[in-house]
Design a protein around this ligand. Structure first.
Ligand code: ADP
Ligand code: ASP
Ligand code: MG
Length: 590
């Protein structure tokens, strides 16, 4: 008999009528001959209300008590859902995270799953009951109630599906599936039929709230078949699978984080170990950082800017102050009224001119880009929060994301044929805990050079002009970073294959005649070291480990970029091979 996991989000169990409708789906599935595990979230806005209630009491609630409080939302739901199933004539048993046997670490409000025991669930299933499990919660080794972070019921569902080796995990929600971007922000967004794990993971991590990003990590790691479906109708929804429909398109979807914050550390020493110190302070607080841009200013002083979710800003500033004190010099500044807009697509790897096109869409919409970072599968820009909606709408239109890919002309075929099952189980065998980091490879590319344009007047259209010139020359750009401007001037760096360096420098000098006061520098001999895996940005420890290994080897980092599947550091070419060896050793891949 196959096991199917069905997860119902808050709006899908908001009232008695919806609870009965959810129960009916499970009952129908059971009567069709399946064993059914339901995972249920707190009803409607219950979790928000509990958060507000705590805020009325104190600004600094203890994380342990927050977990105790928030977990009751799910407990209410499961009892009601179990009653509804019983009313429809089937056996049902509701279970809390602890009763299921979901054991997590003790990082309250952001805990990670260590293990799940399936015994109790299996016993009830074999006894003919539908198991109704609380999403979002677990217990630590001491029996304290923990929660997995907001939106974490998706992760419970995907983890239970993995542990039970379920046939499929269905995520019922208040939209028809996964769209090219949030349909509540961009009404012309299109539902995607099948999206790849990597695209979905990156979109979720960059703000697509439809799925908790860690649920996609589980799905990819343990090969769980995930389907996002509407709870209000019987449409097919979106399948999340190894390869998506849009594999050959440069951009699969867009994501937005409206409440992003920017933090800069200025005047810090330019030497190995500084980034490692900064990262370790943030990782210790499990703060995921994004959009890391660093540059050397003058006199051996460097500066680094990155973004964090605004809710983590206070903790980030404390950690950054500690880092500055530890490295011996520097000041910390921050900015809030900003939003992060990202374009995601595994197809970006093989398409040129994607960045130029995105920057042109923004320029034509009159949007000034404050910062840029890219990785192999995403381009993120930081913009003024007030123009975030027009930014995402313009990019969506520019890439014609409302139109399906011409399917017949470009069948979505996997680039490399690999035995994913074997690969996954090899990875899983190495894991001590279910949510452990998976680092599968460390790569070394020593064929790149860096070009930087300094002192350019920051204005809408600047980056569009630069990268249109680059795209016209057919240069395959790997990394782009633009730093926040100071006194109206900014700095833009990118990498190109070394064999194209001279030609690209010529293109840039033609462009410079139009950019008053700007000048170009370059670094012919760089190496790019990449750590590959699943869930790398969310697992703050990966960056920490990578930068520490390089620092311990006396290697200075020049540029950084991150995605959920690759963290990449640029170092000098002469240190590339040694850096590679140190990273292989640090991640146990030697
Ligand atoms: P649930 O309570 O069912 O977990 P969520 O509110 O967490 O539901 O997620 C569903 C919401 O995610 C949708 O209502 C939609 O506004 C938002 N969303 C953001 N990005 C996307 C996207 N790319 N596709 C679909 N929905 C999205
Ligand atoms: N109830 C929790 C929240 O609102 C978990 C979830 O809905 O996934 O964040
Ligand atoms: Mg959700």
């Amino acid at each position: 008999m196959s096991i199917i996991v069905q997860k119902f989000g808050g709006t899908s169990v908001a009232n008695a009528e919806k609870i009965l409708a959810a129960a009916k789906r499970a009952v129908d599935l059971k009567r069709a001959g399946n064993q059914v595990v339901m995972v249920v979230s707190a009803r409607g806005k219950k979790t928000d209300e509990l958060v507000d209630l705590a805020e009325e009491i104190t600004d600094t609630p203890s994380p342990r008590e927050m977990d105790m409080l928030l977990s009751i939302g799910e407990q209410e739901s499961v009892a009601l859902v179990a009653m509804a199933i019983q009313k429809l004539g089937e056996k049902a048993v509701s279970l809390t995270g602890g009763q299921i046997g979901i054991v997590t670490d003790s990082t309250h409000t952001k805990s990670r799953i260590r293990k799940i025991s399936t015994e109790r669930m299996k016993k009830h299933l074999d006894d003919g009951a539908i198991v109704v499990a609380c999403g979002f919660q677990g217990v630590d080794d001491e029996g304290n109630i923990t929660t997995l972070g907001r939106g974490g019921s998706d992760t419970t569902a995907s983890a239970l599906a993995a542990a039970l080796q379920a046939e499929e995990c269905e995520i019922y929600t208040d939209v028809n599936g996964v769209y090219t971007t949030d349909p509540r922000i961009v009404p012309e967004a299109r539902r995607i039929g099948t999206i790849s794990y990597d695209d979905m993971l990156e979109m979720a991590s960059l703000g697509a709230g439809v799925m908790h990003s860690r649920s996609i990590e589980f799905a990819k790691k343990f090969n769980v078949k995930l389907r996002v479906k509407p709870s209000f109708s019987f449409e097919e929804g979106t399948l999340i699978a190894p390869v998506g429909d849009d594999a050959d398109r440069p951009v699969t979807g867009l994501a937005i984080v409206k409440n992003e914050a920017r933090v800069s550390l200025k005047g810090i020493p330019d030497r190995p170990g500084v980034m490692s110190t900064v990262f370790s302070k943030l990782a210790a607080r499990k703060i995921p950082i994004d959009m890391v841009v660093q540059n050397v200013v003058s006199g051996g002083k460097a500066e680094v800017t990155f973004t964090v979710p605004e809710e983590d800003l206070a903790a980030t500033l404390t950690a950054a102050q500690q880092a500055v004190a530890d490295v011996g010099s520097g000041t910390v500044t921050s900015g809030t009224n900003v939003a992060k807009v990202s374009a995601v697509g595994t197809g970006m790897r093989t398409n040129t001119g994607v960045a130029a096109k995105m920057f042109r869409c923004l320029a034509d919409a009159g949007v000034n880009i404050q910062m840029i970072t890219t990785s192999d599968i995403k381009i993120s820009v930081l913009v003024d929060r007030d123009v975030s909606k027009q930014s995402i709408t313009a990019v969506h239109r520019g890439f014609e994301l409302d139109q399906p890919a011409p399917a017949a002309a470009h069948p979505a075929t996997p680039k490399k044929k690999t035995d994913t099952k074997a690969l996954q189980s090899a990875i899983v065998d190495r894991l001590g805990n279910m949510e452990d980091i998976v680092v599968s490879e460390v790569l070394h590319d020593d064929g790149q050079s860096r070009i930087t344009i300094h002192n350019v007047q920051d204005r809408p259209g600047l980056c569009a002009e630069i990268f249109e010139a680059v795209a016209a020359g057919n240069f395959l750009v790997d990394m782009i970073v633009q730093n926040i401007s100071e006194n109206g001037a900014t700095e833009v760096s990118f990498t190109v294959p070394r064999s194209d360096l001279e030609r690209c420098l010529q293109t840039m000098s033609d462009l410079l005649s139009r950019l008053h006061g700007a000048y170009v520098s370059h670094d012919r001999d760089i190496s790019t070291l990449s750590v590959m895996g699943i869930g790398l940005r969310t697992h703050t420890g990966v960056g920490e480990k990578m930068f520490k290994a390089l620092a311990d080897a006396g290697i200075n980092i020049k540029l950084i970029n991150t995605s959920e599947i690759r963290i990449c550091a640029v170092v000098s070419r002469e240190q590339g091979a040694s850096g590679h060896q140190h990273l292989l050793a640090a991640f146990g891949l030697k």
